[in-house]
Design a protein around this ligand. Structure first.
Ligand code: AMP
Ligand code: FE
Ligand code: FE
Ligand code: ZN
Length: 278
């Protein structure tokens, strides 16, 4: 019998993932994952569905979100766990981001039109299917219209940072994201610290700002990264989280549940902060 594990970093179709919450719960059950968190970019729209299906399948669902922040010329991502996803602070944040994302998509489409590609915002909205619009939806529209061969090509040539149709997204400072997550009663974790070239002193500063923990286990972390981050977590008395950052197959296969993230990460959150599960 394989030990139970958890996966606390998953994207659904409500942001830029390819699976609906229902499929995510199904994969979790198949892969011996006993607790998940759907951490969509800037939205909690998929959480209620996940909780509902989780209850049916005996999978614990921790309400979550991933919020991008801008800090000293770098983009960092925060994960919020055990948030009250109906709280007005998180709901109005989600609305504000949805509007900002739509305006940004319109600008990107305009840039693409100026480059000679015949794609429309309506087509992009269709790709997003009602979810907050991200660059992957625009990339999909470009593939469908045969402007590029692949999503990867769309990013490399046009949508990636510094490319002709790149438009930065509306982004908040760390203090704002921490405040929103805390207002909604949640715990704040720094997502995939290794991908943002975060130093020990950065982690110390963020902890002083009110961050509760760091994501030590992540698909892009090597074993050395994990060992290093676990040491840092211990040193600064920070909680740990871990997850695959599964986007439902965008990265090749469905990686949900493929990392050995121990259940005690959750127990530690509950013990330290008395968070309740749904
Ligand atoms: P956005 O939040 O709209 O800026 O889009 C960011 C998302 O685009 C990320 O979460 C990834 O899913 C996807 N993405 C970013 N860079 C690439 C890339 N080079 N190739 C494919 N997908 C990418
Ligand atoms: Fe993403
Ligand atoms: Fe991220
Ligand atoms: Zn993510």
């Amino acid at each position: 019998m394989h030990p139970k594990k958890i996966d606390l970093h998953i994207h659904s179709r409500y942001s830029d993932g390819l699976l609906w919450p229902r499929d995510i719960v199904e994969y979790a059950a198949k892969r011996n994952v006993c607790a998940i968190s759907i951490t969509d970019h800037d939205t909690v729209a998929g959480v209620d569905d996940a909780i509902q299906y989780g209850k049916k399948s005996g999978i614990e669902v921790i309400p979550g979100i991933e919020i991008s922040v801008s800090w000293e010329n770098r983009e960092l991502h925060f994960l919020g766990y055990y948030i009250d996803h109906h709280h007005s602070a998180i709901q109005s944040f989600g609305k504000m981001f949805e509007i900002a994302r739509k305006q940004r998509a319109e600008k990107i489409v305009q840039c693409l039109n100026d480059l000679g590609f015949v794609i429309s915002i309506d087509h992009v909205l269709e790709q997003a299917g009602g979810s907050p619009i991200g660059r992957p939806h625009i990339a999909e529209a470009l593939v469908e219209k045969n402007c590029v061969f692949s999503i990867r090509e769309a990013f490399i040539k046009y949508l990636g940072e510094g490319k002709p149709a790149y438009v930065p997204k509306f982004i908040v400072p760390p203090a704002k994201a921490i405040d929103i997550i805390k207002q909604a009663g949640g715990l704040v974790f720094l997502a995939h610290p290794r991908t943002a070239k975060i130093t020990e002193s950065d982690i110390q500063t963020l902890a002083d700002m009110g961050m509760h923990g760091i994501e030590t286990i992540h698909t892009k972390h090597t074993n050395r990264d994990i060992a290093y981050l676990q040491e840092i977590a211990q040193k600064y008395n920070l909680l740990q989280s871990g997850g695959t950052d599964c986007h439902g197959g965008r990265e090749g296969g469905i990686i949900l549940g493929t990392l050995s993230v121990p259940c005690w990460f959750l127990t530690a959150m509950k013990t330290k902060y008395g968070t309740s599960s749904t």
